[in-house]
Design a protein around this ligand. Structure first.
Ligand code: ZN
Length: 133
């Protein structure tokens, strides 16, 4: 097993980006027919999650409502001014897993994998690996 990586460029401060195709391509290159796909982002203000990809309004709602739950301006101590981004990343988490069947990413019908940018725009790194069963 080896980690495959790719980069994603966000274009807004908060931005859910569908990375399903890039992950599926990495899974295909991994050469594992049945296993578990691990997706990890090595960042403290961006995470990764699986949710609905069919209707783009869902990603927009997640962005805007997490912004209401964790407002940008609050009584934070972190001097960098992006504590809201760190907290949103804690809520989302830095990794997710999905099944691989017959060499392909086996998501649910409506599912997509999203890089969740909370302090963009930036270039982010995504690491993908597949563990065989
Ligand atoms: Zn910070």
């Amino acid at each position: 097993m080896t980690w495959l990586s790719f980069e994603v460029r966000s274009t807004r401060r908060t931005h859910l980006i569908d990375i399903t195709e890039q992950v599926a391509e990495a899974v295909g290159r991994g050469g594992v027919s049945d296993g578990v796909c691990h997706v990890f982002v090595p960042h403290t203000t961006a995470g990764v999650t699986i949710n609905e990809g069919a209707d783009p309004d869902v990603a927009r709602d997640i962005e805007s409502h997490l912004g209401e739950i964790v407002p940008r301006e609050a009584a934070f101590q972190h001097a960098e001014g992006n504590s809201d981004s760190h907290i949103k990343t804690v809520l989302i988490g830095p990794s997710c897993t999905a099944p691989v069947r017959d060499g392909k990413l086996a998501l649910g019908r409506w599912q997509a994998i999203f890089l969740c940018e909370w302090d963009g725009p930036r270039t982010r790194q995504v690491e993908v690996a597949v563990s065989p069963l």
